[in-house]
Design a protein around this ligand. Structure first.
Ligand SMILES: NC(=O)c1ccc[n+]([C@@H]2O[C@H](COP(=O)([O-])OP(=O)(O)OC[C@H]3O[C@@H](n4cnc5c(N)ncnc54)[C@H](O)[C@@H]3O)[C@@H](O)[C@H]2O)c1
Length: 469
């Protein structure tokens, strides 16, 4: 679906009109393209006292090929970067009016133990934010508060959330701002997640807090970052169109062999989606009684490594006017069907140890929404599933996470009345809706072998929507 306002204000005439009338000017977001370098430009590094993640950060800077510059708060970085054989220099602010060359600001706050030490964050972002270019990246690295030794340390680490979310709202210009909490001994799990948040793949993910733990699966040293899903078998439900089609396409582009499932009436669209991906199309209703058995039978020989529960429906009405069928269908397709399918695949061992389950929730499940008691209950239930199952699946090295999309441009949101649709599009830090590919890229990150330390998490893909914030 077209966002004509975004196109208009980014045309020469529209830009002038927007400036004269003081209208908001959403940035055209920089998204991942296979024909463009994934990482490019300068990364400015800052640090609080006794930073503990600089070595892990150096590995990422090395593998991305970014050139680092050290802010004065990160004096340690120069020596460490030299040890790692990285080109580095000192951060110099961009002159007013000059092209901002910094692509990313990363601050290691992991050693901060007391609120009085938060001043270092002020100094870093005060000095550097204006030098961050359009669609730049802000990432703060902290210690998971729940693992902190003292209330003071927990307090100071928790304070980072407020800073990061506010930076996302202040920075605008397509810039994202996210916080990664790393548990003790989980430093080796940081790379895949930090790469995602630094790259153009996370174009519409902002204001998020992700917790990384030590994970239970083995970490491979030789990750092929261009094809991280090579050799993996993936299933995507609701793959005929919209977000599901984008998920199937991104997983395939990253090397996965994909099976797409959709209802029989969407068979032709499903086949059209799967054909260029050399994937398999399966047509049936995931809520049918025999769906778990059909899926298990289709996966009997290959097993599955990645299962994406994307299929979902809306049947909106205020609860007083809602039919029992509308309530039941939404809960059944969006939530109960997922439970039945996972139970069957886990019981039979069809979902292999070390596997990944990714569920599609919604910001409606976080904030609630008028006319969506059924939908919001189903999507909040999905969050409950993720949180309750993550600890249980740990022993089998299986992770389970959810993405919660905000306003994404699909046929589902095209059905929303115009004024509500326009409000939904603009009420976020990016002042625009996301695209299906934004959700798909986030799911692909969670599905990677390198995301073994990310489980039980809900990651919003909403451009930092004000709803449920
Ligand atoms: N578009 C958004 O803004 C948005 C926001 C938040 C969450 N979501 C969620 O993202 C997911 C995908 O949404 P979308 O916008 O692409 O929707 P969509 O309606 O364009 O696509 C959903 C797909 O699921 C399929 N499907 C529905 N019921 C099914 C069933 N019983 N069995 C098999 N397949 C079935 C449909 O045929 C369709 O192909 C949904 O779970 C939705 O709730 C979307």
């Amino acid at each position: 679906m077209n966002d004509s306002y975004l196109k208009f204000v980014n045309s020469p005439l529209g830009g002038r009109v927007a400036r004269s009338f003081g209208l908001p000017k959403p940035e055209v977001l920089r998204r991942y393209r296979a024909d463009t370098p994934e990482f490019d430009g300068l990364i400015a590094i800052g640090a609080g006292r006794a930073p503990q993640l600089l070595d892990a950060l150096a590995d990422v800077v090395k593998s991305t090929g970014l050139t680092s510059v050290a802010h004065e708060s990160a004096g340690l970085w120069i020596a460490l970067a030299n040890r790692h054989g990285l080109m580095t220099g000192r951060f110099e602010p961009t002159e007013p009016g000059a092209h901002a060359r910094v692509a990313a600001l990363v601050f290691d706050a992991s050693g901060i133990e007391d609120s009085t030490q938060l001043d270092a964050l002020y100094a870093f972002f005060h000095d550097t934010l204006r030098s961050l270019g359009k669609c730049g990246r802000i990432v703060v690295l902290g210690r998971t508060p729940e693992t902190c030794d003292t209330p003071r340390q927990w307090t100071a680490q928790r304070a980072l959330e407020g800073l990061v979310r506010s930076l996302g709202k202040e920075a605008r210009r397509g810039i994202t701002s996210n916080l990664i909490y790393v548990a003790p001994h989980a430093e080796h799990q940081l790379e895949g997640t930090l790469r995602f948040f630094l790259s153009a793949r996370s174009a519409y993910v902002s204001g998020q807090v992700v917790r990384i733990d030590a994970g239970s699966g083995a970490v491979s040293n030789a990750v092929d970052w261009a094809q991280p899903l090579a050799g993996r078998h993936a299933v995507v439900t609701g793959a005929a169109r919209g977000i599901g089609a984008a998920i199937a396409s991104v997983l395939a582009a990253q090397g996965a062999q994909v099976i797409g499932i959709d209802i029989p009436s969407a068979h032709d669209a499903l086949v059209d989606t799967m054909r260029p991906l050399a994937g398999t199309a399966l047509s049936f209703d995931i809520a049918a009684d025999d769906a778990p058995a059909q899926i298990a039978a289709a996966l009997d020989e290959t097993g599955v490594d990645i299962f994406v529960h994307n299929a979902g429906i809306t049947k909106d009405k205020t609860i007083a006017k809602m039919s029992e069928a509308a309530w039941h269908n939404v809960i059944d397709i969006n939530l109960s069907a997922q439970e039945r399918i996972d139970d069957a695949l886990l019981a039979a061992g069809t979902l292999r140890d070390g596997g990944r389950i990714v569920c599609v929730s919604s910001i409606s499940g976080i904030a609630g929404n008028l006319g969506q008691t059924n939908y919001a209950a189903s999507k909040a239930g999905v969050i409950g599933r993720v949180q309750s199952m993550a600890p249980q699946l740990r022993a089998r090295h299986i992770t389970i996470n959810a993405v919660a999309p905000g306003f994404i441009e699909t046929q589902m949101t095209a059905k929303i009345p115009l004024t509500i649709r326009e409000a939904g599009r603009r009420m976020n830090s990016m002042s625009q809706g996301g695209l299906p590919v934004d959700v798909a890229q986030t799911i692909a990150w969670l599905a990677q072998p390198a995301s073994a330390g990310v489980t039980g998490q809900i990651v919003r893909v909403c451009g930092q929507s004000l709803l449920g914030a």
